[in-house]
Design a protein around this ligand. Structure first.
Ligand SMILES: NC(=O)c1ccc[n+]([C@@H]2O[C@H](COP(=O)([O-])OP(=O)(O)OC[C@H]3O[C@@H](n4cnc5c(N)ncnc54)[C@H](O)[C@@H]3O)[C@@H](O)[C@H]2O)c1
Length: 263
């Protein structure tokens, strides 16, 4: 796919990976539409893209709300007359153990609440589903050349303390095979799907983590540093430009060998 002139919708575009993807793509001539719940930062990112000469539109959007997501996709088509790349980067963490013992009594003191479990499933899994579905409907109906990009994580392998989060990321790693299988079955040749599984990226999500735990994790990272959000953006643009990359989950981890937590 030619990046210059393509139209991308990026959820979670007000921060971190989504922000970086939107900015990197805009610099390459992609017209970007960013959605997020955080209107203040959407306005900031949009202003920065415009100031750098990029073409951008934004809308406040909760990815768990079907009308919001449909409106975001329609905005891309109204404003830029196409929808070619959809990056579903909105996501949250609410880490905790399923059951946690009291050191003194050895009895269960705390447990992950159902709300804590469901909140992460709703945003990361249901929200990404709605996002990809609404993009795919428009790509299929209009014959746009398209790429769907949901975000998995290296923690798809099963991270201690992330029963909710890892469940969503394991599922998303499988989606490209399932979705492209459907497309193949129905003769839909114009839409590809590739998920990205990053390791630890220097975004507000990771900077807000327990810093002691993060230092332990970085000891198991071969490049010995956090990945830059722009390095994830580069991989997504690489996938967009290379049609042979399809129905797969690309890991970009900086050589994460062990995270020191899941013993
Ligand atoms: N940072 C990492 O190390 C890392 C690693 C692997 C995967 N990921 C995944 O990458 C994606 C982006 O993470 P990030 O690090 O950029 O996080 P981030 O916190 O910097 O950005 C996430 C954005 O999503 C938005 N958001 C949250 N809930 C939303 C909702 N319901 N509707 C719309 N927007 C919503 C937030 O407002 C925020 O702007 C997430 O799916 C995350 O799980 C991140």
């Amino acid at each position: 796919m030619e990046l210059k002139g393509a139209v991308a919708v990026v959820t979670g575009g007000a921060s971190g990976i989504g922000e970086s993807v939107a900015k990197s793509m805009a610099l390459k001539g992609v017209k970007v539409v960013i959605g997020d719940m955080d209107a203040k930062n959407l306005e900031r990112v949009s202003g920065e893209i415009s100031a750098a000469g990029g073409q951008v539109a934004w809308a406040k959007c909760n990815v768990t709300n079907e009308e919001d997501v449909a409106a975001l996709m329609d905005l891309a088509i109204e404003k830029f007359s196409a929808l070619n790349i959809c990056v579903a980067s909105a996501g949250i963490i609410k880490d905790g153990l399923m059951i946690n013992l009291d050191k003194e009594t050895g009895k269960v003191k705390r447990a992950m609440t159902t709300d804590q479990f469901k909140a992460v499933i709703d945003v990361n899994l249901v929200g990404s589903f709605i996002t990809l579905r609404e993009a795919a409907i428009r790509m299929a109906n209009n014959g746009y050349k398209g790429l769907l990009v949901p975000i998995s994580s290296v923690n798809k392998v099963g991270q201690t303390g992330q029963l909710n989060y890892s469940s969503t990321k394991a599922a998303i790693a499988l989606w490209p095979k399932i979705i492209v299988g459907e497309f193949q079955m129905k003769g839909i040749q114009n839409i590809r799907c590739v998920s990205i599984a990053p390791g630890y990226v220097g975004t507000p999500m990771v900077k807000g983590m327990n810093q002691e735990a993060l230092a332990g994790i970085l000891k198991g990272v071969h490049i010995n540093r956090l990945i830059e959000p722009s390095e994830i953006a580069d991989i997504i643009m690489f996938a967009a430009q290379n049609e042979a990359v399809d129905a797969t989950c690309l890991e970009i981890t900086g050589g994460l060998i062990s995270n020191g937590l899941a013993k």
